[in-house]
Design a protein around this ligand. Structure first.
Ligand SMILES: [Zn+2]
Ligand SMILES: [Zn+2]
Length: 92
């Protein structure tokens, strides 16, 4: 399913259209669930795998921001119970 977070293939954080990579907002054991429900977004290489990127050493705040904003977006059209059933955790 396509991303519920954005229409265009641009970095969700900085808007760059270059070197974008698909990020699963809830990764690890929830990677498949993220694919299924469109809990994905595009990130430039730096915001994805750089030191300050979502998977980087200093990227924890971006990780948390994406998890919160994705849940909020989902809950515009679904209940919190539905979200919790899929991901198993509340980020808001
Ligand atoms: Zn970026
Ligand atoms: Zn990623």
């Amino acid at each position: 399913m396509k991303s519920i977070m954005q229409e265009e293939r641009r970095c969700y954080i900085c808007g760059s259209p270059y070197w974008t990579e698909l990020h699963h907002v809830y990764y690890g054991k929830n990677r498949k669930n993220s694919d299924k429900h469109g809990f994905t977004c595009w990130l430039c290489e730096a915001h994805h795998r750089g030191t300050y990127g979502v998977h980087g050493r200093e990227g924890k705040f971006i990780d948390e921001k994406l998890k919160r904003e994705c849940q909020a977006k989902y809950e515009l059209t679904h209940s919190r119970e539905e979200f919790m059933k899929i991901i198993g955790k509340n980020y808001l």
